[in-house]
Structures are given as C-alpha cells and as structure tokens.
Design a protein around this ligand. Structure first.
Ligand code: C5P
Length: 307
C-alpha cells in the first residue's frame, strides 16, 4: 500500500483591527484583534515516512520551521511514525500575514488526520505560537489573550484586498518590544470595528481599520510609513499594516477591482504584490483541500473564492 498522504492549503491572514492592551507578566502583550483569513496560500503535503524530514521550496527561514515545531509538539504527546513534509511557500515569511502559524496549524491537523490521534488541537497550537489557534478555526475571528483565544465573528459582504509586501521582514519580537512607547492609557475599543464589519463596504470599513503595531514598526522602519502613505493614495479605502508587519494592505469591493489595483501597485512599488479575497468561514473550509492551486509564489496567482 502506498504511504498515506494529506495535503492542506494554509491561508494567510490580515489583522483588520489590532490594539495592544498592555504588557503581561509573562512578557507577551494582551491583545484585542480581529483577524480574517485571505486567499493567499502555502501548501503543506505530509506523508508517512521514516524519521522526520521537511523540504521547503523558497528561501531558507531563520530558526526552526513551525511545521517541525508542530511535529515535535505532537510527538511529545503521542507516539507517532515519522513523516516527510513538503511546504510550498506562497506567503512571504516575516510579513505579518501568519504564514508560519498557518503552516503549523495545517501540520497539527494533518498529523491528527493521518494517524487518527484525537488530539486537543488547540492545546498543541497554543504551545507553538500566538496565532496558530486562529488558523485552526478558519474564519474571521475576534482574538484576545496573547492572540490565542479565538471567538468566531460573522462575515458580511464580499471583500478583497490588495497586499504589498515591500521585500523585507520585521521581527515580531522587535516590534512588540518597541510598542511599549506607543501604548495609551485609553486603548481603542474594538466595538466600532465590529459594528462596521459585516455591514459596511471597503470605504466604511477603511475608516475603522486600526493597528497599534504600525507605530512601533514605523519607528523601526520609517520607510514603511512613507510606503503606506503612498499606497493609501492609490486606494479609496486607505491602507494599513497587518500584524507586526511588514506587509501593507488596502480593501476593495471586488475581485476585478483588486486585480486591477494590484497591477497598478505592481507598476509603482518593488516587492510582492497580490490581490486576495477575504475568506468567510465557509470559503476557508472549502479551500483547504483544493490542492491543485498551491498559490505558488507568483504574485498574481492568489485564489479568489466566490462567497
Ligand atoms: O507567539 P509568537 O511566537 O508568534 O510571538 C513571537 C514574539 O512576539 C513573542 O516572543 C513576543 O516577544 C512577541 N509577542 C508579544 N505579545 C503577543 C504576541 C507576540 O509580545 N501577544
């Protein structure tokens, strides 16, 4: 019998709202953030083998890959066979789009499925990184704690994004270390955002998008602030940074508009530019197994799922 294989697409995410509520005794920061999966993917293939081997197509990433961390975390809890994993990267690393976390969530799910482990997937996920739990849920969510407490929220009208990654990565730890200088005694509350999300189109929503980490990232990389200003000038709904950066995005109403704007943005900026649909829970579940589209690294190839 050929070895069993599981293949999963691992979507990226955008933070549409992110407020930092304060620093915790454990060194992490308490967050209030709304994250939405988007149709830009890595693809993870896992098959039973001897030992553990991971192949990544793309530039080597610093540190232990989150896919390997996920394997080790599962192996600590259950006796499992070895695997050979291959990861096709379509999401730039160190961009604030959650690629590593999404890959780890897919690995936990793949191992649980392949070996029928009955894992508490969320418990394993929280050990690997703050955003991994979000990717197990698949769908727009309000996340709190250090990001690992995930409350699903309903999605509304179709939305798309144009994403610009300027080609350099930011260290999440470095951005959080700098955010201390920008915390306010009266943090922004998420309620205005939640009242708009699911009701308003890109322009209305554009007015309530927020990311406290921008200030810290811009302090570390002033050119990112200038880039955001320029990008915002090209998009009706403004532009924001996602997560701890360095990717920037703007929202628009249709796949056609996102494609058109992406071509214009690509003409003006160096780096990775991709149009991508914001995914509802249903979209994200449907898209996880369609292995034929690996999203590759080509900026134009992100999937647009119909809602
Ligand atoms: O959880 P994750 O491994 O993604 O976090 C990377 C680093 O980012 C942490 O070591 C920490 O320095 C910082 N971080 C934080 N507060 C969070 C999430 C991450 O300070 N809520």
């Amino acid at each position: 019998m050929p070895p069993r294989t599981v293949q999963r697409r691992c979507p990226a995410k955008l933070n549409l709202f992110l407020e930092v509520l304060g620093r915790r005794p454990d060194g992490y920061h308490e967050l209030s953030t709304v994250m939405v999966p988007v149709g830009l993917y890595d693809t993870l293939t896992v098959r039973e083998a001897k030992g553990f081997r991971l192949e990544v197509d793309g530039p080597p990433l610093p540190g232990t890959n989150t896919v390997e961390k996920a394997y080790r975390a599962v192996a600590k809890r259950r006796k499992i066979p070895g695997v050979r994993a291959s990861l096709a990267k379509g999401i730039p690393a160190g961009s604030g789009m959650g690629g590593g976390s999404s890959d780890a969530a897919a690995m936990i799910e793949a191992l649980d499925t392949l070996f029928d482990l009955g894992l508490d997937r969320h418990e394993v996920a929280a050990e690997i990184g703050s955003d991994v739990n979000f990717f197990l849920e698949r769908g727009p969510a309000l996340c709190s704690g250090r990001g690992e407490k995930v409350a699903p929220i309903p999605s509304g009208p179709e939305l798309h994004a144009v994403i610009l990654w300027p080609g350099f990565s930011l260290s999440t730890a470095a951005v959080y270390a700098r955010v201390r200088d920008f915390l306010t005694p009266r943090p922004r509350v998420v309620i205005d955002f939640l009242n708009s999300f699911g009701r308003e189109g890109p322009e209305g929503l554009g007015r309530v998008l927020f990311n406290r980490l921008e200030l810290a990232a811009f302090a570390l990389h002033p050119e990112l602030s200038a880039l955001r200003g320029k990008l915002a000038g090209m998009l009706k709904a403004g532009a924001r940074m996602t997560g701890s950066g360095s990717a920037l995005y703007g929202l628009c109403a249709s796949s056609a508009e996102a494609g058109r704007l992406a071509r214009r943005v690509r003409g003006q900026f160096a780096g990775f530019v991709a149009p991508a649909a914001l995914l509802s829970r249903e979209d994200a579940w449907k898209s996880r197994k369609s292995a034929s589209n690996s999203s590759a690294v080509a900026p134009t190839s992100s999937a647009h799922s119909a809602r």
